[in-house]
Design a protein around this ligand. Structure first.
Ligand code: EPU
Length: 337
């Protein structure tokens, strides 16, 4: 369960080389409680699928990899089904499992890298759907006391790529399983996101199923986003910045074509990818680090980039964006240094 000097290269989707001096794997809640009782793991870095983590060469903290399996139906009521999924299950495998059984709800979230246990932490989302739309509850263990608790949707305080696990409870809990409420028929398909509409129109469907929507999402993502198995990356590196009304209209004067999404409180979300492209950094490369040629928000490791090189490159992007737009880009990726 506890190992020394473990290479993390295959445990992070950037594929950077780094070694953990102490590395533990929890395959069950019991394992997890035992490891958490070991004081050496009091400040351990909790690692799921490693698709949102950037490692420095030698992280200071021990690493605790959560690998709890399990995928089953717990209740079926009328048109709905509630499923329970272990934190260590791969997210896309869960999506495909649910679609194979005709369950709807996760189709827009196909091909998101990472494991189920990490999904509530940043309320993963894509193509108009967020985890919170299908979330029922999750079970977690408090790190200090090893107490087990169940958190409802309200308890989790979900926001855009945000939750209580990034705020008040940051580093205080470990999610062990997540339950989702899905539909067995009368699906509530979300197809209004521009790219999905276009893709579905090309495919010319009569009666849409969740699988059709997932296939459209898979087609879009494979066209635009690099496969981490072939080219190291962590999806969106930064969050899309939210700017005030005044700032947005000033930007619109100088860039009339600026893509944007108006939020309820009169602020605007602007695609970070567009901003990075405007400062001339789309598809650029320094050594083995770069921004992807099809998507400026995706930083890629072309081979042997180190965590430090990727960090330096991301800082350069932040500086250029700050200089030209006065906007601060916040990383979505977590730095384990
Ligand atoms: N755009 C550019 N240049 C580019 C790419 C995009 O100008 O190189 C502009 C286009 O105007 C496009 C807009 O940016 O319409 C938005 O692009 P996209 O639809 O790809 O979405 P995104 O805002 O870049 C977000 C999520 C993704 C998610 C997609 C699809 C964040 C930080 N990222 O990206 O999530 O897949 O929407 O819904 O919110 C992730 O979090 O790792 C991730 C991949």
């Amino acid at each position: 369960m506890i190992h020394q000097d473990v290479s993390l290269k295959t445990y992070n989707s950037f594929g950077v080389a780094a070694d953990a001096s102490l590395f533990a794997v929890a395959k069950s809640v019991d394992d997890l409680q035992t490891i958490l009782r070991d004081q050496r793991f009091a400040s351990a870095w909790i690692l799921g699928g490693g698709s949102n983590t950037l490692f420095c060469k030698t992280p200071r903290q021990p690493i605790l990899h959560v690998d709890i399996p399990g995928l089953d139906v717990i209740t079926e009521e009328g048109n709905e089904v509630v499923i329970r999924v272990g934190a260590g299950v791969n997210w896309h495998e869960l999506v495909m499992w649910s679609l194979d059984r005709g369950y709807g709800g996760l189709e827009n979230l196909a091909l998101i890298p990472g494991n189920v246990g990490a999904a509530p932490i940043q309320n993963i989302g894509a193509y108009g759907v967020e985890l919170k739309d299908v979330f029922e509850h999750c079970t977690l263990v408090f790190r200090e006391t090893q107490d087990i608790q169940v958190f409802s949707k309200a308890d989790c305080q979900f926001g855009y790529r945000d939750s209580i696990f990034k705020g008040e409870l940051k580093n205080k809990t470990v999610i062990t399983e997540v339950c989702f409420r899905l539909q067995k028929s009368n699906y509530n398909l979300q197809t209004s996101y521009g790219a999905i509409e276009q893709q579905l129109a090309e495919q010319n469907h009569h009666l849409l199923t969740p699988k059709d929507v997932a296939n459209a999402v898979i087609a879009i993502r494979t066209r635009k986003l690099p496969d981490p198995k072939k080219l190291g990356n962590a999806g969106s590196f930064f969050k899309n910045p939210i700017v005030e009304d005044k700032t947005f209209w000033k930007l619109k004067e100088s860039h009339p074509e600026i893509p944007h999404f108006k939020l309820a409180n009169d602020s605007y979300k602007i695609p970070a990818a567009w901003i990075i492209e405007q400062v001339g950094l789309k598809g650029t490369r320094e050594g083995d680090v770069g921004t992807h040629e099809n998507h400026a928000l995706v930083l890629v490791n072309y081979g042997n980039a180190s965590g430090q090189e990727i960090t330096d490159f991301s800082k350069k992007i932040q500086n250029e964006v700050q200089k030209h737009f006065g906007i601060t880009l916040t990383p979505e990726v977590h730095f384990c240094c």
